[in-house]
Design a protein around this ligand. Structure first.
Ligand code: V47
Length: 362
């Protein structure tokens, strides 16, 4: 079974893969050949290192005006189970969970109908003032689009204002699957794919780095996955501002797509490996172990992935949708899992600079 032979020649030569070749990566019967090719690129770019970040995910609210079919996290304002953290509660939580020991705080919430613009600015200012060393990765493009409306200022000025308040980078959420067919079915109301791309492009031009995600394992086709990745590749050609790509495995429980099965490990391996091969201008492909599970994340370290997110501590978005992974993991345990998978664990900062002494920058 040698259906990837011509693709292998291109990968060996460091040549860019086309749309059709991308689709073939998803259709090959030879999963291990695909894995070997992804691993080749992974080791060419990142050697035997596997990075992780000491981080925490913080959700300031689950109230959201949108009705994304894949989401089990959101509630409507006033609905049972809806909550938002006022800033005093958020800062008290930060003190209790000792944010000073973290290298990154990943902050996201729903698109809240009532919280004012100053809430977001004061959140960033308050956290930066208290924890100046900690990187604030905050607000998906969907939230940024909402903040632009609240600020009544152009996108560039809003991003500058958020940056001045303490925003260091943008997370990659809200991208889902860019193809209109899927978008219109699962999340039609929110900031559209072109807007998502525009927000990240604009952030990059201001020197604000970001990550990119893709939600897979629901109603998308192979072609739509490849289309999604190639749109990201085109922006990365323009700006170079994405630090990493993160495939997110869909968890159906308690969502409007609950009829769908969970993605299999076959799909997890294929998506991460294909991403590594198609996104030749991305330095890093990250496994979000919260969604893939720790066991699969270990295998992914030989299927194109060079980074594992992270210590996390208290994840809610996917746990509301039935994820059976733990809500967080200790650093020592994460390092041991990486080592057992045959990789060298390296603690990194949010811009992928090694924090372990005696390890070259990755
Ligand atoms: O945009 C929502 C996804 C995203 C479900 O940038 C779900 O480093 C699976 O973007 N099953 C938010 N996925 C989380 C996110 C993220 C996570 C880790 C790292 C980074 C990064 C970003 O989670 C949403 C959506 O695509 N999501 N519901 C669900 N039921």
């Amino acid at each position: 079974m040698n259906d990837l032979q011509d693709i292998e020649a291109k990968v060996q030569a460091g040549e860019r893969l086309s749309f059709d070749e991308g689709v073939r990566l998803f259709r090959t019967q030879d999963l291990f050949h695909l894995g070997r090719l992804a691993n080749l690129v992974r080791e060419r770019k990142n050697g035997h290192y596997a990075t992780y970040v000491k981080n925490m995910h913080v959700n300031y609210s689950n109230v959201c005006v949108f009705d994304c079919h894949f989401c089990a996290f959101y509630r409507k304002e006033g609905q049972e189970g809806a909550w938002e953290m006022d800033l005093d509660a958020l800062f008290a939580y930060a003190a209790k969970t000792r944010f000073e020991h973290l290298d990154e705080i990943h902050i996201v919430g729903g698109v809240h109908p009532k919280l004012p613009y100053r809430y977001y600015l004061e959140m960033l200012r308050g956290l930066k003032e208290r924890y100046p060393r900690v990187h604030l990765k905050a607000f998906t493009a969907t939230e940024i689009d909402h903040l632009v409306k609240l600020s009544k200022k152009p996108l560039v000025e809003t991003l500058q204002e958020l940056r001045d308040a303490g925003l260091d980078s943008l997370p990659g959420g809200g991208a889902e699957i860019f193809a209109a067919r899927v978008w219109n079915q699962i999340c039609s109301g929110k900031a559209k794919p072109d807007r998502w791309l525009e927000i990240h492009r604009t952030a990059h031009r201001l020197g604000i780095r970001s990550t990119a995600t893709m939600l897979y394992g629901h109603i998308e086709t192979d072609e739509e996955r490849v289309d999604h990745m190639l749109r990201l590749r085109a922006v990365q050609d323009e700006t170079g501002g994405f630090t990493a790509f993160i495939p997110l495995a869909f968890h159906p429980e308690h969502t409007r797509l609950a009829r769908l099965p969970k993605a299999t490990i076959q799909t997890d391996l294929r998506v991460h490996a294909a991403a590594r091969l198609l996104l030749d201008n991305f330095d890093h492909v990250k496994a979000y172990w919260i969604m893939t599970g720790l066991k699969t994340a270990q295998v992914l370290l030989s299927f194109g992935v060079d980074d594992i997110d992270g210590t996390v501590v208290e994840e809610r978005i996917v746990h509301m949708a039935g994820a059976d992974s733990p809500p967080g993991i200790g650093e020592a345990e994460l390092r041991a899992l990486i080592r057992e998978a045959g990789r060298i664990p390296v603690k990194r900062d949010s811009l992928y600079r090694a924090l372990d002494p005696a390890v070259p920058a990755c």
